[in-house]
Design a protein around this ligand. Structure first.
Ligand SMILES: Nc1nc2c(ncn2[C@@H]2O[C@H](COP(=O)(O)OP(=O)(O)OP(=O)(O)O)[C@@H](O)[C@H]2O)c(=O)[nH]1
Ligand SMILES: [Mg+2]
Length: 543
């Protein structure tokens, strides 16, 4: 009868004869190659940036990847086709004219801009922002720095009673700001636009400010749209950005036509332009629905294949992409010191210490004070993340506003989960404190916390401090949440059982059984369901 040995740790087997030693060595090499080949084939398939190169086994890997590709040819329909219709939607001149009037967003994102940043903040009262004005200004500066040829020439923090006043600032303050800007210009500083760091400005506010400063005025919405346009790589991201622009344009039109009509502004939308916008919105939604059904297909296929999924989420620039790079050693990943550098949810293959393959999902960063209309379109891309088995929440410990950032992400995640099909179980979340290499005394960070789920895992994705320990924690959670276990099975050498295990579980090690030359010890990570299936197929059959 077939023996089923269940042990929690992988046993080391000492070979007695030289022949057996050779045999074991061969097995070890095969297992290692299998893991590499599996990982690379897996990477190739689910990793968008999959230009994995080099290494001693590069030739072998390539061959394995090619044969894997041939084997899995039917999966090619996973590719989202970039049809002409979609390109036409992105390259639409008539739309560009309307967008540049409403948002001062142009196709020439890469043009040089000399920017004045004004950060309004409510000084007291219930609507006071809990974040300090200095930090709000820093975030506004980081947004501008995310655009390559935009230069910050002047920054100002301005206290206001409310953000809803028709001209935003009091008359005296407005004159003061105008005079500061004029003085700068007279002293030879070139200024090309003013960025008011407020979610959205009403049409009336924008008109008044533009007339006063005699410069184009932008708000957070329009600056973020510029960044999103620049960083959108995939067709899905481009269509999402295009859709995200429309609510803003409509809100400007509504403001202008409402009871508090903009001061002397011309009507900037003709009837045909309105129809064009409505049609555009319909087309964008249709295209995105098609793309999302592809995404759904892909997700189901992943589920069928039973890969555990780990979503990496967090505030923008916290180091999500860097952490995935550290965990997977995938060299093609390019972290950038820019806000919203990642706009697509991408999957990256990695191996846990027990050699179980997992998919890490890189996601779009969160940011406070971004109008809901703008993030709404991106929320759909977070769906994948929300359905992950484990969620890693990365926090930038070197950022002064770390606590607020964490609270913002937790609030948003909570809302997303509430709407979603899978509630946020604390067991699924791992809190990671990143960038500790930038913190002078990291020991002050590890807050006392008895609750294991709230524990902060301190790491540096740059120096790799703490990354291995984090990997072990990811493994622990993945095994627990997905109901997998690590066991060693004793199976007949060369039998069907071995092939079955390779297909249906993650084989992490194989070794000859020192007590029985006809048996093989196979270490696997396996789900309860598959274990039952194994028992049913092989054990019952024989007994
Ligand atoms: N010193 C230090 N810098 C880090 C660390 N992790 C990330 N960075 C830097 O922080 C910046 C942002 O890193 P990313 O990994 O792109 O951050 P992200 O969260 O993916 O950002 P978005 O995709 O824009 O939301 C880059 O310049 C990284 O090199 C770290 O542990 N230490
Ligand atoms: Mg990123």
């Amino acid at each position: 009868m077939l023996g089923l040995g269940v042990r929690s740790v992988v046993r080391t087997v000492c070979a007695k004869s030289a022949l057996r030693w050779y045999y074991l060595k061969q097995l070890a090499v095969t297992t290692q190659c299998n893991s590499l080949v599996q990982l690379n084939a897996f990477r190739e398939k689910y990793t968008n940036a999959s230009k994995y190169k080099g290494g001693k086994l590069a030739g072998q890997r390539q061959k394995a990847i090619e044969s894997e590709k041939e084997r899995s040819a039917p999966d090619d329909d996973e590719l989202i086709d970039e049809s002409d219709n979609r390109s036409e939607l992105i390259e639409d001149r008539e739309y560009d004219t309307v967008a540049s009037t409403a948002m001062h967003v142009t196709k020439q994102i890469l043009n040089v801009q000399h920017v004045v940043i004004i950060q309004p903040y409510i000084k007291w009262g219930p609507r006071k922002n809990p974040t300090k004005p200095e930090l709000l200004l820093q975030e506004a500066e980081a947004l501008v720095r995310s655009l390559p040829r935009w230069h910050i020439e002047l920054t100002m923090k301005v206290p206001v009673e409310t953000l809803d006043k028709r001209q935003l600032f009091g008359t005296g303050k407005l004159e003061e700001l105008k005079s500061i800007i004029q003085t700068r210009q007279e002293s030879g500083t070139q200024l090309t636009c003013v960025f008011i760091s407020k979610g959205t400005l009403t049409y009336a506010q924008k008109q008044t400010l533009e007339q006063t400063f005699r410069l184009p005025v932008m708000d957070r919405y329009s600056v973020v749209v510029q960044i999103l346009r620049l960083h959108a790589v995939s067709m899905e991201a481009k269509l999402q950005v295009a859709l995200a622009e429309l609510p803003y344009i409509w809100s400007q039109v509504k403001d202008q036509e409402g009871p508090s009509k903009g001061s002397g502004g011309r009507i900037f939308l003709s009837d045909s332009q309105r129809q064009m916008l409505q049609l555009r919105e319909r087309k964008l939604r249709n295209e995105l629905t098609t793309i999302r059904s592809h995404r759904e297909l892909l997700r189901n296929r992943r589920r069928q294949k039973n890969f555990p999924v780990v979503a990496v989420v967090g505030y923008t620039n916290a180091g999500k992409t860097s952490l995935i790079k550290a965990l997977t050693e995938e060299q093609s990943l390019q972290p950038r010191d820019q806000l919203f550098a990642t706009l697509d949810v991408t999957a990256h293959a990695g191996l846990l210490p027990c050699k179980l393959e997992v998919l890490y999902m890189d996601t779009v960063g969160f940011m406070a004070d971004i109008p809901t209309g703008l993030i709404e379109c991106f929320v759909a891309t977070l769906e994948d993340a929300m359905l992950a088995d484990v969620i890693v929440h990365v926090q930038d410990m070197a950022h002064e506003n770390c606590t607020e950032q964490r609270a913002h992400v937790e609030r948003t995640l909570g809302k997303l989960m509430h709407n979603g099909e899978r509630p946020l179980d604390p067991e699924r979340v791992i809190n990671v404190g990143n960038k500790i290499d930038l913190v002078p005394d990291p020991s002050t960070l590890s807050f006392e916390c008895n609750d294991d789920h709230r524990r902060l895992h301190l790491i540096s994705s740059r120096t790799l401090v703490g990354v291995h320990e984090l990997l072990l924690e990811v493994e622990r959670r993945v095994l627990k949440v997905t109901g997998r276990q690590r066991i060693v099975m004793r199976v007949p050498m060369g039998g069907q059982e071995v092939a079955w295990l390779y297909k249906n579980a993650a084989v992490t090690e194989t070794a000859a059984d020192p007590d029985n030359a006809e048996r093989l010890l196979v270490s696997v990570v396996i789900t309860e369901a598959k274990l039952q299936q194994f028992r049913h197929l092989f054990i019952r059959k024989r007994s």
